[in-house]
Structure formats: structure tokens, C-alpha cells
Design a protein around this ligand. Sequence first.
Ligand SMILES: Cc1cc2nc3c(=O)[nH]c(=O)nc-3n(C[C@H](O)[C@H](O)[C@H](O)COP(=O)(O)OP(=O)(O)OC[C@H]3O[C@@H](n4cnc5c(N)ncnc54)[C@H](O)[C@@H]3O)c2cc1C
Ligand code: FES
Length: 283
Amino acid sequence: MFEIIVKKELAPNVKLIEVKAPLIARKALPGQFVILRVYEKGERIPLTIAEKNIETESITIVFQEVGKTTKLLGKLRVGDKISDIVGPLGNPSEIERFGVVIGVGGGVGIAALYPILKGLKEKGNYVISIIGGRSANYVIFREEIEKISDEIYVTTDDGSLGRKGLVTDVLKEILEKRKIDRIWAVGPTIMMKVVSDLTKAYHVPTIVSLNPIMVDGTGMCGGCRVTVGGKIRFTCVDGPEFDGHLVDFDELLTRLKTYKDEETLALRLFEESEGEKVGYSKS
Ligand SMILES: Cc1cc2nc3c(=O)[nH]c(=O)nc-3n(C[C@H](O)[C@H](O)[C@H](O)COP(=O)(O)OP(=O)(O)OC[C@H]3O[C@@H](n4cnc5c(N)ncnc54)[C@H](O)[C@@H]3O)c2cc1C
Ligand code: FES
């Protein structure tokens, strides 16, 4: 059992939890994730390790409540325990000294981008961060990202913070003016697709962190199948990071909708039962 030792609400429906997980904290590297079950009979969901703390033997997870399991997770309080957490999973990010790098983060993906940029900064790269959200409330991890960035740009859809517009507007302007050695994009699939389409024209290597549906996290079930450069890849064992210029984003976007009806039903039943009938109890 994994105890929650810190819980914060970062934005509407976006929560941060710090969970005691000594073995995972010791091994986790930027870009890796865990798969957890809130309760014994619960669904397994993948979430990125946003931070680790060796002293408190804990990992930090930032998640958006989008469906039954993330809403259930969001109901837990400090002192509650998560049934199981498996990790660290996936390949770590390639953290090298590239030169000038850009990190593009959208929504909850900003938290997942943070450890990657932190690692890149520690390696001596010049780090430019472009982070965005729907409105000021949704731009999470701004102070953390600011600390490890040489330049930071913020965009919001409604202009309530930073510049009004999309992260790709700023990215395009920078690409027009400067030579960039590598780009990371982490956020909604559609944002990663648009970033990759844009950077392809400028021939800048671009890494994306994919978020398909996952079940086992061991390469056995095929749930996280993606096509990269015409070849089948499993995000849990071959990723989660891939060359954005080679990813078949249209296929990924279609596959993400596969269980839409079931997800909607599960959420409705969960909300009607107020968490009681899903087998979760605090005791
Ligand atoms: C490697 C990896 C790392 C991830 N890291 C994070 C993270 O750090 N924080 C975070 O909030 N989420 C992350 N996700 C996505 C997260 O796993 C899903 O949001 C979660 O599984 C949804 O479960 P649910 O039961 O609450 O909702 P579901 O009922 O499964 O889904 C509800 C709705 O949410 C949307 N949705 C579901 N899964 C995804 C997905 N994978 N990507 C985009 N939209 C989805 C769909 O519109 C769906 O209809 C990650 C996914 C992967 C594969
Ligand atoms: S989650 Fe099953 S193969 Fe990747």
C-alpha cells in the first residue's frame, strides 16, 4: 500500500499528490511513469512521475480528473493509501547536452515536462520553455519551470496570463529567428501533433511523450500500440517518448476514442454511486 503524504489542488480538476514509494523514488528517471490501481479491483492507469524525493522516499504525480479512475484518485486524502503502484516504467528521456532546447508543455503535460527540462538544464543546455493552458488557472508548475529555464513563455487561450494564443504561435516565432537543437513536446495529443507538424518544416528533432490507453504496461496486451515510422511500437516498453516526426498521430487520436462509450458509462455509474459501488472504501 502506498500512502499519500501531500495533496494539493493545482487547477480546477487538476491535483498533485506525493506518495510514499521508496523503491520507485530511488530508481525513477525523467520521462518515466507508473501504473497504479486506486483499489484492489480498480482499473490500472498510467501517470507520469513529475518529481521524486529521495529524502522523503516519495514520488509526485500530477493528474487531471477526466474519468472514473482519476476522479476516484482525486477523492483520496493525505493519509489514504493507494492499493498498488508499479514503476518506474518506460524508457527514460535521452538527457544529453544538445545546445539550445525547447520544451513545449500543454495543460497537465507541463508537470510531465518538468523533470525532463530539469534534467536538460542540469546537463548544461540552454532551456527555453513554452507552456500554455486554457486560462491562467490551468497553467500549472509555472514557478518550477521558471526556475530551470533560461527563457519562459506563457500562453493562454483567453489571454488571462501571458500571451493570448497557442504555444505553437510562440514556437513558430522562435523557430523563424533562431537555431534550435532539439524540442520536447508533452501535452494533449493534438498539441503534440501540431508541434511535430510545425517543427518538421524547420528540421528540428522533436520528441513527444505519447499517452495512449494502457492496460498491463509490459508490452503484452497491445493496448498502447502506436505506429511510428510505419512500424508497430508499444508505448509502455518502446516509449513513452518517440520521434514526433514519425508518429502516426491520426491513428493515435482514433484509438484514444475506442472506449469512449464505456468510459462515459463508467463515469456516470461512478457519479451516481458517489464512489460507493466501485469497491473503494477508505478503511
Ligand atoms: C505514459 C502515460 C503517462 C500519462 N501521464 C499522465 C499524467 O501525468 N497526468 C495525467 O493527468 N494523465 C496522464 N496520462 C493519461 C491518464 O492515464 C488518463 O487520463 C487516465 O488513464 C484516464 O483514466 P480515467 O479512468 O480517469 O478516465 P477514462 O474513463 O479512461 O477516460 C475519460 C476520458 O478521458 C480521455 N482520456 C482517457 N485516457 C486518455 C489518455 N491516455 N490521453 C488523453 N485523453 C485520455 C478520453 O477523452 C476519455 O473519454 C498518461 C498516460 C500515459 C499513457
Ligand atoms: S500497455 Fe499493454 S502493451 Fe503496452
